[in-house]
Design a protein around this ligand. Structure first.
Ligand code: FAD
Ligand code: EPU
Length: 347
């Protein structure tokens, strides 16, 4: 039932060659519950550590996992009702997120076009409320089903249960490692509402000479932008933005801005400002006069086109990437007095 000493190398986009003490895949809720029964009866040892893995595109493994890793492979996308404005689609947590976006585009269902090409699976999309180009998953989220690791019971969560925030949800906070998400139901628009305020999207649409705006054109623009600056994990190991963009109050921002006039920040709710962590990282460095952007030590590096993305050029270990991330956040703190928090799950 469980494989042992199982290599996770093909299952994480940072390309960490670590091993799980116990490993199993599940393709249905029944299958998952059988595994949980066996786990609790001790067939997977006394595995203290446990985790469910999707596409492995938001994790950094820093060593072997003395415990159980379950890989979610629940598939399927089903129509789950509609009303005047919306179609509800229920997707298995093991579906690829981008595959789901393509399914929506093929059926002219709007809402997820700005989220094209985000790696990973449907099941992880509510975990950190994935977002890009002005849209977050909470904007299209309807409900999800999840199985309790302890009891095997199925729980349903609606929008208000999930406490979505910027790269946050209840599943990263009080329910951390408590539930295995098995399906997510999204609410897709029959008539599109375009979100193209992001400068880069407008610029790309002009470059593409788009005359009639469609969700397919917006998705194409987003994919072009992403492919131009984010490293492809199939080629260079990475997990997207390593840190979150930090929020500070407006007074602190004004004070920093007078010292660093080019600093990039965007107003969010209240008098809070979200700083571009990529700018902070680019404008600090390992030594005076040097930038982190493009920095490399062994096989661990800071991407040359996007300073917020840490990369594994080949055989960097998880601890080397983590150590680099600590040096970077330390120097950002020293230079600007701003704390960076990891977005990636460091395990
Ligand atoms: P995994 O890495 O497998 O898991 C992430 C976390 O979720 C882990 O803690 C895991 O235990 C948990 N988890 C996974 N599946 C389940 C489940 N079914 N039930 C309960 N817990 C679960 N993110 C963005 O938000 N916006 C972006 O624009 C973006 N761009 C990226 C670009 C690149 C090149 C890369 C490599 C990553 C990017 N990411 C981005 C991060 C990543 O794609 C997302 O966080 C994605 O949702 C992770 O999905 P996954 O299936 O790979 O999750
Ligand atoms: N910037 C720099 N130098 C850099 C990188 C960025 O100065 O090396 C500045 C630029 O001024 C740029 C600004 O930062 O205009 C913002 O950069 P970008 O548009 O690339 O977005 P980001 O803030 O770096 C965020 C998300 C991405 C998401 C994009 C697009 C976070 C932590 N990251 O990146 O999500 O795709 O916006 O919406 O919020 C991810 O979560 O893994 C991820 C890739």
């Amino acid at each position: 039932m469980f494989e042992t000493n199982f290599s996770l190398l093909p299952y994480n986009t940072f390309h960490m060659d670590v091993r799980a003490e116990y490993f199993a895949r599940f393709g249905s809720v029944e299958n998952l519950r059988e595994l949980l029964d066996a786990f609790h009866q001790g067939s997977a040892g006394n595995a203290g550590q446990r985790m469910v893995l999707g596409g492995g595109s938001n994790v950094l493994f820093t060593g072997n996992l003395p415990g159980l890793v379950l890989k979610n492979e629940i598939r399927g996308i089903q129509w789950d009702g509609e009303d005047n404005d919306y179609v509800y689609l229920k997707a298995g947590a093991g579906e690829s997120w981008h595959g789901f976006v393509m399914h929506c585009l093929n059926h002219d269902l709007a809402g997820v076009e700005n989220l094209a090409l985000i790696p990973g699976n449907v099941g992880a999309s509510p975990m950190q409320n994935i977002g890009a180009y002005g849209v977050e998953v909470r904007d299209v989220f309807h409900a999800l089903d999840a199985v309790d690791w302890e009891t095997g019971e199925i729980h349903s969560f609606g929008l208000s249960d999930c406490a979505f925030g910027y790269r946050e949800s209840v599943f990263k906070q009080q329910y951390r490692n408590r539930f295995i998400i098995t399906s997510v139901t999204y609410r897709l628009l029959k008539k599109p509402q375009f979100h193209i305020a992001y400068g880069a999207i407008q610029h790309e649409l002009e470059k593409m000479q788009v005359k009639d705006l469609t969700i397919q054109a917006v998705a194409r623009a987003v994919m072009n932008i992403r492919q131009s600056k984010l490293p492809d994990p199939a080629v260079i190991g990475n997990a997207g933005s390593f840190f979150k963009n930090p929020e500070i109050d407006k007074d602190t921002f004004d004070r920093l801005k007078s010292k660093f006039p080019d600093m990039v920040g965007y107003p969010v709710s209240g008098d809070r400002i979200k700083l571009a962590a990529g700018w902070l990282i680019e404008h600090s460095g390992p030594e005076p006069g040097k930038s982190w952007k493009g920095y490399r030590l062994g096989d661990a590096g800071c991407h040359e086109k996007q300073a917020l993305v840490l990369v594994n050029y080949g055989h960097a270990s998880g601890t080397e990437i983590r150590d680099l991330s600590l040096r970077i956040s330390g120097s950002v703190k020293d230079t600007f007095g701003v704390d960076l928090q990891p977005e990636v799950n460091i395990i």
